[in-house]
Design a protein around this ligand. Sequence first.
Ligand code: BDR
Ligand code: CA
Length: 315
Amino acid sequence: MSAPTRPIPLIIDTDPGVDDAVAIMLALASPEIELRAVTTVFGNVPQPRTTENAGRLLALCDRSDVPIGRGATRPIVHPQRKRAEAWHGGDGLGGRAEMLPAPAAAPDARGAVGLMAAVLSAASEPVTIAGIGPLTNIALLLAVHPELAPRIGRIIVMGGALGEGNVSGVAEFNIHSDPEAAHRVLTQPAVPVTMVPLDMTLRCPAGPAWIETLASGGRRCGALAEVITHYRAAYLARYGIDAVAVHDAVAVLEAVTPGVLETTPMPIQVACDLGPARGATVAFADDDAPSVLVAVGADVDAVLTEILTRLLRLG
Ligand code: BDR
Ligand code: CA
């Protein structure tokens, strides 16, 4: 008889965010994962909001025991050029934040980088970090605590675009929000990185049947479906399709079930100039550059079914 596998320790670094909410709840619904911390960053909306939203989501799932570390309020070098209220609502949760329970615990006094460092220092197995917002906190962690890099099993990044971007013709939102931080994370050799770009996540649109099944799945799933309502309307208005991309949940599914996404190694650099290409992720074969694993394919229906089936466990 084989020994039971131990859960994978996970830190989610996030800017909730509607699809971040789906991703956090997916992690909480997955026994393969032990969520050790949620760290917050500016992004879709300002950081005080993303922190409050993370607290509300944990309270909704009766998991306020998971510590929250408050992180960066702005990028490392240049100011963030665009936020994403048009997609996520002014409160980051589609105008429904107040419908979720108030946070039941205060944020951890150590802040995002301190909390991540503490989790890594205490871990007896490699910890996965899922970066589903701008990569500021993770870049700072790598810069301040290089000695902890061997304790990170992998960093999974939702971000980047090999084809068309969603902020500009070439740039994806998370990378565009802090290109210097993204460049630091994607080009460092110490920790393996899997990048889940827009090209992958846009192939997994959750349509009406998916959303309706979620809506009737119980109190928590119903609340999540409510949170998705405004995001769904924004997709319809912008793209003319009644379906939403659950970008961050696709990346977290890769953390939960490693290998669910097909990957190919590519060296990726980030355009950090201030011109129109700022934030582009470019596959660039520099001899010294380490490769990241870029998610390029998956059984898309299976990915969406897997995410939904797990969420429904939350009731
Ligand atoms: C990414 O940008 C944010 O708006 C989403 O939460 C996701 O992390 C998609 O480009
Ligand atoms: Ca996000």
